[in-house]
Ligand binder design. Sequence first.
Ligand SMILES: CSCCC(=O)/C(O)=C/O
Ligand SMILES: [Fe+2]
Ligand code: NI
Length: 180
Amino acid sequence: MSRLRIFHDNDPHAPTHTLHAHADIADALKHIGVAFEQWQPAHPVTPGDPAEAIMAAYQSDIDRLVAARGFKSVDVVSIAPDNPNREAMRAKFLDEHAHKEDEVRFFVAGSGQFNLHVGGKVYEVLCEAGDLISVPDGATHWFDMGPQPSFVAIRFFTEPDGWVGYFTGSDIALRFPRYA
Ligand SMILES: CSCCC(=O)/C(O)=C/O
Ligand SMILES: [Fe+2]
Ligand code: NI
């Protein structure tokens, strides 16, 4: 089940809010410009499946979103708990960063935890299969896939080169709860 916990950015121990209902999560995130939608993960796929297979299974959803929002490139992160590169993959997204484009991710299997650092608060968003999250251009955040990652996310980019992160140098992520 998806979950949102909101913290003051100077108090990682006690969330001020914990929300589980999708509509409540979407409403709270809308206030900081984040879109959180529920789509149908209609084609069963398994974390670790090859990217080409995921793209083929979800081609109609991808085409629809690309047509609606003019994305220039699309890729897939598909990772199983026994992936030999899992530590490096986890580390890549664990430091606070931002992008010069909206970060749009459609989770079609498994789960992972976004942490959005906006307006003196940290919004910890546990994303599950079916969640489509759109983090606005410039919003600082980090992402934790956990020590045994298990998810498939389709990523949409308006930049033709795909993923480019701009790291803030902050160590805030070290102080907040990890995704177990
Ligand atoms: C959930 S897809 C992998 C993470 C990613 O692309 C990103 O930018 C995290 O902040
Ligand atoms: Fe990111
Ligand atoms: Ni409140």
